[in-house]
Write a protein that binds this ligand. Structure first.
Ligand code: CTP
Length: 415
């Protein structure tokens, strides 16, 4: 996975997994071994993880595996004796902020849909108000059986989130549907579910990321060094706060799990995608490095050199300024200013000229293609807010935090 875009959060960022009380139920299936990796990543992300192993789960993995990873007792028994402050499934269910079932076997899915409470997971699932995240994994035939499909439909209709399964090679050696989704996907969904009631709940944020590629011919393009990391971090930070996010991107980094992705290449394609995505949106964050110029006449066939040709002239034509051209009442526009000189003055000029609510200025030499950034955040009529060097994930969280009062000015007394 590319740096900076993993669902596992960067250590210097506050995020919804931190301190979250999560029940991870592991049911019977060979994919149960992958639940150990999921447990480890949840714990590393700062979550407090209580593991329930069903009877089927225990056939594939041992409680000690999860005990070692969580440093907590693993729950297997509905009728385990109650201790002073812990009342079995009642305490587990009450304290949980999220119930993940991964892998979810066909049997467990059936139990949950029917509301059976003949084991600890069934009892907890009936008692808890926490959202339910299911990651099914089973044989192709079991997954496609009408019974399983109906049970999944019932759970979806009740508000459960279902991720996967994926297609591919199954434990049996056959190809089919039924593979557990990657652990990163479950982690990303968990992160989004825990953040869904955050301060951006109900808001739609559109983010652009990466450098545009302007074709010269079918093989070559004019581009820049932007990696897209900043835009991806912003998309994740907005999801962490509960926003619905559309990420318009030129890169192939692995995207935040819950973002709607629109892949583009050129400035012209990005402009069209932005115009479509901002319908009904609340915020547009233009983190993309849009090429100011594109080859005047891109060739349909590869440009060949002649032996006697020592120079080649390239004629460029100006691209539209995407963010400046958008003028939709109620849409908050955030821009970036990539500068090598006169950082604050140039950025302030762009803030005004492009009608932005905020601009993030950074020294392009220091920032482009790097995992870190030194940024100055500029708002109209305020002194520049110079931030220290930090990861792009942390900077994204700082930017989103400064956006909140602009969206609901009354809530914050203009702070
Ligand atoms: N931008 C845009 N469309 C363009 C060029 C830039 O929407 N054709 C956006 C960028 O995404 C960024 C902001 O405008 O949010 C500033 O981009 P930047 O490249 O720093 O500035 P330019 O306006 O291109 O000016 P210059 O390159 O001359 O510094």
């Amino acid at each position: 996975m590319e740096p900076g875009v993993s669902a596992a959060p960067s250590p210097d960022v506050t995020h919804p997994l931190q301190g979250a009380r999560i029940i991870l139920a592991v049911s019977g299936g060979i994919a149960a071994y992958k639940a150990a990796d999921l447990t480890s990543k949840l714990v590393q992300s700062g979550a407090v993880v209580e593991v329930i192993l069903t009877a089927g789960g225990q056939e594939f993995v041992r409680p000690l595996t999860f005990q070692a990873l969580t440093k907590r007792a693993v729950h297997t028994d509905t009728f385990a004796p109650w201790t002073g402050t812990s009342f079995g499934h009642i305490t587990l269910a009450r304290e949980a902020e999220l119930l993940i079932v991964a892998p979810a076997s066909a049997n467990t899915i059936a139990k949950l849909a029917l509301g059976l409470a003949d084991d600890l997971l069934g009892a907890v699932a009936l008692s808890t108000e926490a959202p339910l995240l299911l990651a099914p994994a089973m044989e192709h035939g079991m997954y496609h059986h009408p019974a399983t499909q109906e049970h999944l439909a019932t759970l979806l209709q009740r508000g459960a989130t279902v991720v996967g399964p994926e297609s591919g090679r199954l434990a049996s050696g056959y190809e089919g549907d039924g593979r557990l989704v990657p652990v990163e996907t479950i982690l990303g969904r968990a992160r989004a579910l825990l953040g869904r009631d955050g301060p951006l709940a109900g808001k739609h944020v559109v983010v652009t990321a990466g450098g545009t590629r302007e074709p010269l011919d079918p093989v070559r393009f004019v581009g820049n060094r932007s990696s897209g990391t900043m835009g991806y971090a912003l998309a994740q930070a907005a999801i962490d706060c509960g926003a619905e996010v559309t990420l318009i991107t030129t890169t192939t980094l692995s995207p935040p799990v819950s973002a709607a992705i629109v892949a583009v290449e050129t400035a012209e394609q990005m402009r069209a995608a932005v115009e479509q995505a901002i319908t009904g949106a609340d915020v547009l964050i233009m983190a993309a490095a849009v090429a100011d110029f594109r080859p005047d006449q891109p060739q349909q066939r590869k440009i060949k050199k002649r032996p006697d040709q020592h120079v080649m002239d390239l004629r460029l034509t100006q691209n539209p300024d995407i963010v400046a051209s958008i003028d939709r009442p109620g849409l908050l526009k955030v821009g970036f200013a990539a500068e090598t000189d006169d950082l604050v003055a140039n950025a302030r000029g762009k803030l005004t000229a492009k009608g932005l609510a905020m601009i993030v200025a950074n020294d392009v030499v220091d920032t482009i293609g790097s995992a870190e950034s030194v940024a100055t955040i500029i708002l109209p009529d305020r002194p520049p807010d110079e931030l220290p060097r930090m990861s792009k994930q942390r900077l994204a969280a700082e930017i989103v935090a400064r956006l909140l009062p602009l969206l609901d000015p009354e809530d914050t007394n203009g702070a």
